[in-house]
Write a protein that binds this ligand. Structure first.
Ligand code: SF4
Length: 242
């Protein structure tokens, strides 16, 4: 029978990380510097920087896991975490939507049809859920999770993310290292780990890039900079307009 790590073992490994692992912030800035120098449209520069920064977050997570010998037990097609509320800023939402618009036409249309059915099915529930104040209400996650409303990008037949490569930081950085049943059995499992602290390096580099485009190039195309950085909301609210 498989033996899973206990909470204490997971916490011990995670706390060791700060002693034995240093996040290579430079790698994040190198991505945007590379794209700043490319001969490409501003839109392509933003999109590619965004995608590569997200990949870098995942790569840093893998490097940390390797360093302290942690192995995710999340299963393909297990999507309990896709029922948590996802909060992102308007800049991230706009880039994500642009990336989806750039998917091959069949895939894009599939997502759009899915979203239209999704809002028809959950629109009313979302009206009240997205009014939960994520800044003030310390129980908003539990209240949202309890409603069993899936993320708009979750295909509930396959339990797969329809925009996996551009999934945002909160879901990308949420991992289980113990018995995967805890996600099924508990609404808010304490055993899971979040690497959301990597948001700092990802957003630091993305923000610096947008600042460069704003100040040096005078063109941030579809992003209203800096205003979009300060507007945060539920992913379910941002995607309503797709
Ligand atoms: S964006 Fe994808 S991975 Fe993230 S919560 Fe939604 S469906 Fe799940």
């Amino acid at each position: 029978m498989e033996r899973y790590l206990s909470i204490d073992e997971i916490q011990h490994k995670c706390s060791r990380l700060s002693d034995v692992y240093e996040i290579d912030e430079e790698k994040f800035y190198q991505i945007v510097e590379k794209w700043a120098a490319q001969d490409a449209s501003i839109e392509d520069k933003i999109l590619n920087s965004f995608i590569e920064l997200l990949q870098m977050v995942s790569q840093e997570m893998s490097d940390m896991e390797r360093t302290v010998q942690l192995e995710a037990t999340c299963r393909m097609g297990c999507a309990f975490c896709c029922y948590f509320p996802i909060i992102i800023n308007e800049m991230e939402a706009k880039i994500m939507k642009k990336a989806i618009e750039n998917f091959p036409i069949e895939r894009r249309n599939r997502i759009k049809n899915h979203l239209s059915n999704y809002y028809e099915q959950y629109g009313e529930k979302l009206e009240s859920l997205t009014r939960l104040d994520f800044n003030e209400d310390k129980d908003f996650k539990l209240k949202y999770r309890r409603s069993l409303v899936p993320c708009p990008l979750l295909n509930t037949k396959t339990n797969q993310c329809m925009a996996y490569e551009v999934r945002p930081i909160p879901c990308r950085t949420y991992v289980n290292y113990t018995n995967p049943d805890v996600c099924k059995e508990k609404l808010m499992p304490k055993e899971t780990v979040s690497f959301e602290f990597l948001y700092e390096q990802y957003m630091g580099a993305l923000n610096e890039f947008m600042q460069f485009l704003y100040e040096e190039e005078g063109d941030t195309t579809f992003i209203q900079y800096p205003d979009d950085v300060y507007q945060t909301d539920y992913l379910a609210s941002w995607l309503r307009s797709m």
